[in-house]
Design a protein. Structure first.
Length: 351
């Protein structure tokens, strides 16, 4: 059995690692097991009012369950009172005996602390039945350590990142031990070890995916910041509009035209608002901006063709049209009634 040194925030999904620890002043204080050894457990305390400390099994017991304590009490009944006792500032459970009960339903109690003549009046929310649970032993908690792959060790330190695994395997606690690079699992059930071995690889694959996603997000954020800086420092800008029906031609297959334009020396950034069809080009010089615009700008143009020349323009089986499309990238549509040729053509305005 092993232990670890990572700090733990109490209040796990299972809460099976909750215990009560006997201190030197005779008071039992609530804590959470965060490590298990041969004859000791490592316990942390709420709000860190007391440092994480190792305690012998003989000084640690499980807390009372709701089923173990009745809401009705009797005179001379041995109970426990929630009270503060020196030298510690936190509430703990102190053994006492009920002397007087008042109220219907029961609301106030006069109690006398065991091994003392001191009496005190307490309300019903400050008393409970005596905790008769025996002290823990080597079979109370089960532990297993799983080696964490190097690529996800930093990510494994994130608070709450192992919560889903903890719930899936039914563990009391799952913590990463950075000193040993292992995931320490603590459970009240011996079956948890088998579940952990079955699901650990899946958990680490998910962490690895999260790491990749995080890196990608960081890269995009850096690129965005860099683009903003480039835009701010770009002395030349230009913008133009492309019709929706021509947007595919302008962008190119899988964005190839935009990538070509961005690779032009002197181009710092290119933006496209797909809702309005507006391209914005930023560059260090006017020539670079003009070159990028020539690649991206497409417009419609209508050409009037005499009826006698339409056949020659089209060519046999449309060979001339096909050749024009292949070499220029324009899209041609013939309006036979009006003898017009509609062309979606790349704009080569040398302004």
């Amino acid at each position: 059995m092993t232990t670890h040194q990572q700090r733990h925030t109490p209040g796990t999904a299972m809460n099976d690692n909750k215990v009560e620890v006997l201190f030197e002043n005779g008071v039992y204080y609530e804590g959470f097991v965060t490590g298990v050894m041969e004859n000791e457990v490592l316990v942390s305390f709420p709000d860190d009012w007391y440092p994480e400390t190792k305690f012998n099994y003989d000084n640690v017991r499980l807390p009372l369950s709701d089923e173990q304590c009745s809401s009705e009490f009797t005179v001379n009944q041995e109970i426990e009172v929630k009270s503060v006792r020196e030298p510690h500032p936190c509430y703990g459970w102190v053994k006492s005996v009920i002397k007087i009960i008042s109220g219907n339903p029961q609301s106030q109690f006069v109690v006398q602390y065991l091994n003392s003549t001191a009496e005190e009046i307490v309300s019903s929310d400050k008393i409970r039945c005596s905790n008769i649970n025996s002290h823990i032993n080597g079979n109370t908690f089960y532990t297993i350590d799983i080696d964490v792959p190097e690529g996800v060790r930093e990510h494994a330190k994130i608070d709450g990142i192992h919560k889903n695994l903890q719930m899936a395997i039914g563990a009391s606690l799952v913590l990463y031990n950075p000193d040993q690079s292992v995931l320490s699992v603590i459970s009240r059930s011996p079956l948890t070890s088998k579940k952990t071995l079955m699901l650990a690889d899946m958990h680490f694959r998910k962490l690895n995916y999260n790491v990749m996603l995080l890196k990608r997000t960081e890269e995009l954020a850096k690129q965005l910041e860099s683009s903003k800086l480039n835009i701010a420092s770009s002395p030349y800008t230009d913008e133009f509009n492309v019709l929706d029906e021509l947007m595919g031609l302008a962008i190119g297959a899988r964005g190839t035209n935009i990538e070509r334009a961005r690779r032009i020396d002197g181009i710092t950034n290119i933006e496209l608002d797909k809702h309005t069809g507006v391209f914005k080009i930023y560059g260090d010089n006017k020539d670079a901006v003009k070159k990028a615009r020539r690649i991206l700008e497409y417009k419609k143009k209508f050409l009037q063709v005499q009826r006698d020349f339409i056949g020659k323009l089209i060519g046999k089986n449309g060979s001339n049209i096909k050749d024009i499309i292949a070499k220029s990238g324009v899209k041609l549509e013939q309006n036979r009634k009006e003898t017009q040729m509609e062309m979606a053509m790349q704009w080569r305005n040398n302004r």
